[in-house]
Design a protein around this ligand. Structure first.
Ligand code: 6PG
Length: 242
């Protein structure tokens, strides 16, 4: 596993990550590169940069398959929707809609939505999907996607997608399970802000289990792993110069 930690001043963070995403996608030799998008707030500015010059013309958008690492069980018009965030910051700004596969939250129960999403991933990428690029934010509790500390889904080995409650309350979630992340060719962790300094120190310099801090799943990723941090998130690290 290739591994790296990159630290950027806050104002350069989004641009640096956007450059890395473009590099990953343009270096891919796959006919149809696939990217698993992160939700939350951190990626918003990164997605906005991707659809601005110069990057907007550096990506062959129609050749890429976009999926979501997790989704909140709300309508796609809801402010909490990860699909809505990606549409507004990125896809709506493109000349034509690329291949975006969202979780259908409009009918049924979260568990049914999860099964349908798994079937869609398998239909597009085969039964053992190996994403070109997985983007992950990290919560202050160390969660990634909607894999929360202590979740039974951290030991899920047959399903690729499952549903779960959100521990802090709020809508249920649909999330990829660990193997989708660990089988990826490249995983980028995107973490910024002072509020993440403590958890990033535990992720990178601690010895917690994956059950305690799901983001430590990075050690099991078969492909390459890079952490993109801003200087605030990196401020507690001893082995990395912020
Ligand atoms: C979600 C995300 C989640 C997020 C982290 C960090 O749906 O909320 O997938 O895993 O990446 O909670 O969120 P922020 O970027 O908002 O800090």
């Amino acid at each position: 596993m290739a591994f790296g930690v990159e630290v950027f001043e806050g104002k350069h963070f989004a641009g640096a990550v956007a450059e890395e995403i473009v590099a990953c996608l343009s270096e891919s030799t796959e006919k149809r590169p696939s990217i698993l998008l992160s939700g939350g707030s951190t990626p918003a500015d990164i997605y906005r940069q991707l659809v601005l010059p110069p990057h907007v013309s550096e990506v062959d958008w129609k050749s890429i398959d976009f999926f979501f690492g997790d989704e909140r069980w709300v309508p796609h018009t809801d402010a909490q929707s990860n699909s809505k965030m990606a549409l507004e910051t990125m896809f709506a700004k493109l000349p034509s809609m690329p291949s975006v596969y969202s979780v259908d939250t409009s009918r049924g129960k979260p568990s049914e939505g999860a099964s349908k999403y798994e079937a869609k991933i398998k239909e597009v990428m085969g039964d053992a999907p190996k994403f070109t690029l997985v983007l992950l934010g990290i919560g202050e509790d160390g969660h990634i996607a909607s894999l929360f500390p202590g979740s039974p889904l951290l030991n899920e080995t047959s399903k690729l997608v499952a549903s779960c409650p959100a521990p802090q309350g709020g809508p249920d979630r649909v999330t990829v399970t660990p193997q989708v992340i660990t089988d990826a060719s490249r995983v980028l962790f995107l973490v910024k802000g002072n509020s993440k300094a403590e958890i990033i120190k535990r992720v990178l310099e601690g010895d917690d289990s994956i059950e305690e801090i799901p983001a430590r799943i990075y050690k099991k990723v078969k492909g390459s792993v890079r952490f993109f941090l801003d200087s605030e998130a990196a401020s507690r690290l001893e082995n990395v110069k912020a």
